[in-house]
Ligand binder design. Structure first.
Ligand SMILES: Nc1ncnc2c1ncn2[C@@H]1O[C@H](COP(=O)(O)OP(=O)(O)OP(=O)(O)O)[C@@H](O)[C@H]1O
Ligand SMILES: [Mg+2]
Length: 321
């Protein structure tokens, strides 16, 4: 038997209150992340990537709740964990970076000081050791002349630099899992590539597992070991990055692959899949992707598809076999 993964999400449902009813927008997500593994989460806007990610450290937006499922992290089910125990985990074991670093950084405190304060609050570390560690971390995330940069305020840094600082702050607590929700989306392509390089160093040198969320399968291919493809609140395909590119089993994944923007091209609007994902206020019958699928048959429109499995690969589709 393989060891338990670091993170195991089973049957996760997340709902929002709409009028008198709760409506599921995440509809049964299963997800595994092993210690030290980098897993990509990809899917169109609204597929539930961020809500899934936010549910792990339990920082869902107001009005959202986990309606069922388990989120087992390092042996403990986080769902229903008392707030105090959850807060400790959040500060220490699970870290998160976002698209917009300014929301995570305090504008009136120099960046080095912010990392210093966080380390001194959460860890038994002395003054000198903390300073040395900050210098190391800033160098690891690719900041040159870290000693001078420590004194800069967030607004004095470029977007890419701020992303690096936020990452250094996030990993300063030695987390086991770093959740990166579209950390490169606001950046230009050259800087995107640098941020990917930085995440790769973090995983290699610190051994931190990463859940990397992106619209862009090309970026996912750069750093991830495995990829989970989400559609309408569910993981519809999951496998190693190699087999998703070489032999995708779900038509939605094949369509996404056709929409990959080139890293070397101008960042124009990304080519998109015709049609729209289903609305969450309608009852879903059959495969939610069927209305947009060019391979759909009658049974896809009427019956929920089964999960096809092979070791290390699964796809929720009638025709995956
Ligand atoms: N604050 C909210 N109130 C009501 N519904 C919401 C709210 N936030 C998200 N949702 C619903 O949950 C769905 C999933 O949202 P989520 O933010 O997880 O998508 P995403 O995959 O991260 O999309 P994106 O790629 O645009 O970031 C959305 O389509 C929306 O219907
Ligand atoms: Mg999102």
């Amino acid at each position: 038997m393989p060891a338990d993964p670091l993170l195991r999400i089973d049957g996760l449902h997340i709902s929002f209150k709409a009028g008198q009813q709760w409506r599921d927008v995440v509809r049964g997500v299963d997800l595994r992340v092993a210690a030290g593994e980098v897993v990509g989460l990809v899917g169109e806007s609204g597929s539930g990537k961020s809500l899934t990610a936010l549910s792990i450290p339990q920082v869902l937006p107001p009005g959202a709740r986990i309606s069922s499922g388990r989120i087992v992290f390092d042996g403990t089910d986080l769902v229903g964990l008392p707030r105090k125990a959850m807060n400790e985990r959040r500060g220490r074991d699970i870290a998160m970076i976002f698209q917009d670093p300014l929301t995570a950084l305090n504008p009136v405190i120099p960046v080095g000081r912010q990392i210093y304060d966080s380390m001194r609050t959460h860890q038994a570390i002395g003054h000198k050791a903390a300073l040395a560690r900050i210098e190391e971390l800033l160098a690891l995330v690719g900041i040159r002349h870290p000693r001078e940069r420590m004194r800069a305020y967030p607004h004095e840094l470029s977007g890419g630099m701020r992303q690096r600082v936020m990452t250094a702050l996030a990993v300063s607590s030695n987390p086991k899992l770093l959740i990166a929700d579209e950390p490169t989306t606001a950046l230009d392509v050259t800087v995107q590539a640098q941020v990917i390089g930085m995440l790769d160093r973090i995983r290699r040198e610190l051994g931190i597992a990463v859940l990397f969320i992106s619209h862009n399968l090309d970026l996912i291919a750069e750093i991830c070991d495995r990829v989970c493809v989400m559609y309408a609140g569910k993981v519809v395909e999951s496998s190693s990055v190699e087999s998703v590119f070489a032999a995708p089993r779900h038509p939605y994944t094949r369509q996404l692959l056709r929409c990959i923007p080139r890293l070397d091209a101008d960042t124009g609007p990304m080519p998109t899949i015709p049609g729209l994902p289903p609305r969450f206020d309608s009852d879903l019958v059959g495969c939610p992707f069927a209305p947009r699928c060019d391979e759909a048959s009658d049974r896809c429109r009427t019956s929920e598809p089964p999960t096809w499995r092979e070791p290390g690969h699964l796809a929720v589709c009638w025709d995956a076999a």
